[in-house]
Design a protein around this ligand. Structure first.
Ligand code: GDP
Ligand code: MG
Length: 245
């Protein structure tokens, strides 16, 4: 259920309610459209700031436990010292993930969203003020764990990355299409567990491409390091494809 609207549906489905619904539903729809318009304004501002700072910004999304933080920590250990890096962590509660990230030496800011189920562009703009020295580097945003609401909020990022672990089942792209539709890359994580779970990688990729024919795919284990080279190559491509000042 979305914490903003509390309706129990994906945001994109609300338009179905517009016709033939009584007043409160119409008002509800209007409030939601206003929220998205406001978010998009903040996202545009963020994007301009990111461009001015020549900053690559990636929005990492997944269900809880797919391995976003583990992948981030392994990535930061590899990249530390090469260029400026910052992390914004999103969770409903606790400082756990920001503490894990800071063990690498990278600057990180935790956002606790309370009842909300996603990060929005306004929160990112504020968090960025605490990460002032990122020019020419990378900002990673770990979104709140959930395959629904984060897909609906533009943060001003360059790319959205969806991480799916093999323990979750290969059918998730079909069940949560908005998430896979908006992502440029699907990371299939925890491939070290493939011998123990019933997860067909080819089927999962076929489902994801049915939703989003252009989605790129990397298979890896953040735990063992297998496949991480391909992820680093994808990151390097994203950096090099950024327009220069
Ligand atoms: N076996 C295995 N476990 C992993 C891998 N990546 C993450 N984990 C574990 O999965 C759990 C959830 O990971 P975490 O990074 O906290 O997930 P998040 O909620 O998406 O940030 C932790 O116990 C991790 O150690 C992996 O590649 N292989
Ligand atoms: Mg995490």
């Amino acid at each position: 259920m979305c914490g903003i609207c509390g309706c129990g549906e994906a945001h994109g489905q609300h338009r179905h309610k517009e016709r033939g619904q009584a007043g409160p539903e119409r008002r509800h729809l209007q409030v939601e459209l206003d929220l998205f318009a406001q978010n998009n304004r903040y996202a545009r501002e963020n994007r301009e700031r990111f461009e001015r700072g020549d900053l690559l910004v990636l929005n990492l999304m997944s269900s809880p436990g797919a391995g976003k933080t583990e992948l981030l920590v392994a990535t930061l250990k590899h990249q530390l010292g090469r260029y400026p890096i910052g992390v914004i962590e999103g969770d409903q509660q606790t400082q756990h993930d920001v503490e894990r990230v800071r063990t690498t030496g990278v600057d990180a800011v935790q956002i606790n969203t309370g009842k909300l189920c996603h990060l929005d562009a306004h929160m990112i703009g504020h968090a960025l003020e605490q990460l002032p020295n990122l020019k020419g580097g990378i900002l990673y945003i770990e979104n709140v764990g959930n395959l629904v609401c984060p897909a609906a909020f533009d943060l001003g990022e360059d790319a959205k990355v969806v991480i799916l672990s093999v323990a979750e089942g290969a059918d998730k792209p079909l069940k949560y299409p908005d998430m896979f539709h908006c992502a440029q890359l699907m990371v299939i994580n925890k491939i070290d567990l493939l011998p123990y779970v019933d997860f067909d990688v080819a089927t999962c990729i076929e489902y994801a491409r049915r939703i989003n024919p252009d989605i790129q795919v990397v298979q890896l284990s953040a735990r063992t390091g297998e496949g991480m080279g391909e992820w680093f190559e994808w990151l390097a491509e994203q950096r090099s494809s950024r327009p220069l000042d």
